[in-house]
Design a protein around this ligand. Structure first.
Ligand code: PNS
Length: 198
């Protein structure tokens, strides 16, 4: 015995599943309305200075999101090498030099929570580069707190492994001891740190 309205299922060889057919009866569905959603993401960091690893992540994120904000955030826990406004300019120059295309805004934020900035500009995603397990362990609690605070999700991107050992703190240290930081930073940063280098 078949429940009424199940003949289609039977013809497709699903007659034996007629007991399920009641719940799968076709229903009238309103025509779908397409709504254009602009996905805005924020790549936050101290960027003191921006490294080739950061630049790699920015390039990848710019290819994923409709609008990307690279946000220089004041980190009170760190002693700065490069003044805040210079960091913004260096990121802009580095993005231009690397010919990264996309809808990218570079700006800074020094007051309040990072997620306050996200809420202000309508960003729903934070992007963080993770070089390995240590980064993930460090970033995970912040990602959860940012989601709790404002519903902002964090997306982790893997940079090219050739940059896995590069960090701003390493660059600051090498630079302060007179070493060559050119393998680790964009040209704009190398020129800023060593204007007289050949
Ligand atoms: O490049 P850094 O120094 O690793 O960047 C760290 C940064 C700026 C992304 C991090 O310190 C941060 O998220 N600061 C925002 C402060 C905040 O909103 N904290 C509360 C939620 S975690």
């Amino acid at each position: 015995m078949r429940a009424s309205g199940t003949r289609g299922w039977g013809r497709c060889g699903l007659g034996g599943l007629s007991h399920l057919a009641k719940s799968f009866r076709p229903v009238a569905v309103a025509p779908a309305t397409l709504v254009a959603v602009t996905r805005i993401a924020v790549v936050p960091g101290s960027f003191d200075p921006i490294t080739l690893g950061h630049l790699d992540v920015i390039g990848r994120a710019a290819g994923i999101f409709d609008e990307l904000h690279v946000l220089v955030v004041h980190n009170p826990g760190k002693t700065a090498l490069i003044p805040f406004s210079d960091r913004v300019a260096l990121i802009k120059d580095s993005i231009a030099e690397a010919r990264i295309s996309g809808n990218i805004l570079v700006t800074s934020w020094s007051v309040g929570l990072l997620v306050d900035y996200c809420t202000d500009v309508g960003a729903t995603v934070l992007v963080k580069g993770v070089r390995g397990q240590t980064d993930l362990v460090y970033e995970t609690p912040m990602a959860i707190v940012n989601r709790d605070l404002a519903g902002v999700e964090t997306v982790f991107l893997l940079p090219n492994p050739e940059h896995a050992h590069v960090s701003s703190s390493l660059v600051r240290q090498v630079n302060s001891l007179g070493g060559d930081v050119r393998p680790y930073v964009p040209h704009a940063v190398a020129r800023f740190l060593r204007p007289n280098a050949s």
